[in-house]
Design a protein around this ligand. Structure first.
Ligand code: ATP
Length: 237
């Protein structure tokens, strides 16, 4: 369970997150939706212990990320890119993370297979496409077979086959009782994948609930999103 409570973040004189509260629950895919600059990445970075809150809390099963006893098996995260050094191979990158996290090296081949990178595992990351880098980042997030996945824009850079694959994959994770929180501004993908939605605009939550509660009388998640955020339609697909 992910629990964000009254989370506020100031940068200089600007408040970029203003009293956010929401949860992402086990067995469900929760979408964190909002236009560019709304505060999605900032929230996820605080949740993952990469930045501090000005006030409020962001907890993983009741504790901050830094206090997790076994972080790789509790939460897997994908932020921008793959996180790999460009001169390393995918396999070497994953082996290094596995070794650091006390995960058996055999798990590396398993996660490479899950994300469809087995045949490219010995290539250097510098030769990877954007979509392959995202798959590698996801492989790293899966190394500990975590209970919780936190993914920032996971469909970014994926081709249609990759998008379909991740959609199915995330549903399967949720159906086995795991928690999935993903940020997105690709609304078409969200509608078919998620159970719950949280919409953020200018650092404030403007709607949250089950997907059907958030869609409400708007008809579609896309109509709801534009009505709630006032985002220009040309800026999204
Ligand atoms: N390191 C930083 N220093 C100053 N301001 C920042 C920093 N990181 C983010 N911001 C600002 O905080 C606000 C929220 O940014 P954030 O990246 O969290 O948004 P986002 O919803 O993830 O957007 P995107 O979809 O573009 O990634 C923006 O106004 C951004 O300019």
């Amino acid at each position: 369970m992910l629990s964000i409570h009254e989370l506020t973040k100031r940068r200089g004189s600007r408040e970029i997150l203003s009293g956010l509260s929401f949860e992402a629950r086990p067995g469900r895919v929760t979408a964190f939706l909002g236009p560019n600059g709304a505060g999605k990445t900032s929230t996820l970075r605080i949740l993952l212990g990469l930045d501090s809150a000005t006030s409020g809390t962001a907890l993983i099963d009741g504790v901050p990320f830094a206090r997790l006893k076994d972080p790789l098996t509790k939460v897997g995260a994908l932020l921008d890119g793959s996180g790999a050094h460009r001169s390393r191979t995918a396999r070497a990158h994953l082996r290094w993370i596995a070794a650091a996290g006390g995960i058996p090296p055999a798990r590396v081949a398993e996660v490479l297979a899950v994300v469809g990178l087995t045949d490219d595992a010995r290539r250097r990351v510098r030769s990877y496409s954007l979509g392959m880098s995202r798959r590698l980042g996801l492989a790293a997030a899966l190394l500990g077979d975590p209970e919780i996945l936190v993914l920032d824009e996971p469909v970014n850079g994926l081709d249609p086959e990759g998008i379909r694959w991740i959609r199915t994959f995330l549903r399967e994770r949720a159906e086995t009782g795991r928690t999935v929180l993903l940020s997105s501004h690709f609304l078409g993908e969200v509608a078919e994948t998620v159970d719950d939605a949280v919409v953020i605009h200018q650092g404030q939550i403007v709607a949250q609930g089950t997907l059907s509660e958030v869609v409400g009388e708007h008809g579609t998640i896309e109509d709801a999103y534009f009505a709630l955020t006032g985002a220009p339609r040309g800026g999204l697909r």
